[in-house]
Ligand binder design. Structure first.
Ligand SMILES: [Zn+2]
Length: 320
């Protein structure tokens, strides 16, 4: 069987076990963190990451896929510390998390030069380490497919074609980005069976979701707890409807939780909570505590769980 790269080295795909397909052990802007390091507390960041990952482990999670790419503060050494201290595998990525902005470095270089860097991360290792990226990450959000976003998508696609690595594409259903992102991958000759359209679960528009699914990609129903995009009851209804329509073999469920994130001052985080934009119990274990018990009472079977949390992550990551 194929192997999958983790921050602790390659593992047999069959050993991945129960997988959370989209969580961040730390999210921050690397440029701010590099320039004003004293604004961050590394020990606190590590402790909060360990707490979340250990809690997930307590629910049987053996592997966490962490799509923290450039501009979200990718740090494979930090991920490695979390994996070492929890015994939970972490699967790292390469790519660029941008909704439009690109540094001059990439403005003045073409898609293939960008792809060369991604390929190097996959074949040789990330950030000067021997830790190899297991998948490719790109994003399209509110601005849609701008020229810069398209450039990143084409570079990601070419790196996937060159290496066989799978792609996770952050999407914005409200802007209909999923089909546009898939169209670029198709044009570049990507194997769509190795593409995951993340955040598809931010909509309960089943027509939109089936339009995405009909292309043969995986979908992420991966933002449980982020009520600002869709509240939990609507996420649940969508999952149950998709199961009923027989789509279990293309669905993956997660929380897009960030053990720490530097986007908001403390008052900002409080406002998100008070404004009901984030659920109070948003965490790497929310789905195990309340969501899965509800879904199981309403039609989700053991087979569905095996498919969604074990088989689909393995098939997306390893192709088998
Ligand atoms: Zn994310």
């Amino acid at each position: 069987m194929a192997t999958v790269e983790t921050v602790q080295g390659p593992v047999e795909a069959g050993e991945l076990g129960t997988v959370l397909i989209h969580e961040h052990v730390r999210a921050r802007d690397e440029a701010v963190a590099e320039n004003w390091p004293t604004e961050y507390d590394p020990e606190e960041e590590l402790n909060l990451a360990l707490e979340q990952v250990n809690n997930a482990k307590g629910h049987g999670v053996q592997t966490i896929v962490d799509p923290t790419a450039m501009f979200l503060g990718r740090d494979v050494r930090f991920m490695e510390r979390v994996a070492d201290q929890t015994g939970v595998r972490i699967v790292p990525c390469t790519g660029v998390y941008t909704y439009d902005y690109l540094p001059h470095y990439f403005e003045n270089r073409d898609e293939d030069a960008m792809a060369d860097l991604f390929v190097a991360d996959i074949e040789r290792g990330c950030q000067g380490t021997g830790i190899k990226a297991a998948f490719l990450k790109c994003a399209a959000d509110e601005p849609g497919i701008t020229p810069n976003v398209e450039k990143v998508h084409r570079a990601i696609a070419r790196a996937s074609v060159r290496t066989g690595a799978p792609i996770m594409a952050h999407s914005r259903p409200a802007k209909n980005t999923g089909p546009d992102q898939i169209a670029i991958f198709e044009e570049e000759g990507v194997d769509l069976a190795r593409v995951q359209i993340a955040h598809t679960g931010d909509t309960d528009d089943l027509d939109y979701i089936e339009r995405v699914l009909n292309k043969g990609v995986f979908i992420g129903l991966d933002r449980y707890g982020l009520t600002m995009f869709l509240p939990t009851d609507k996420r649940n209804a969508t999952v149950l409807a998709l199961l009923e329509r027989g789509h279990a073999d293309r669905m993956m469920i997660s929380q897009d939780h960030c053990a720490t994130i530097d986007w908001f001052p403390e008052e900002g985080e409080q406002m998100l909570l008070e404004g009901g934009m984030v659920q109070e119990d948003w965490s790497m274990t929310l789905i195990f505590e309340t969501v899965l018990p509800y879904l199981r009472e309403n039609g989700m079977t053991d087979d569905h769980l095996q498919t969604i949390f074990v088989d689909n992550p393995r098939r997306w990551l390893a192709g088998e």
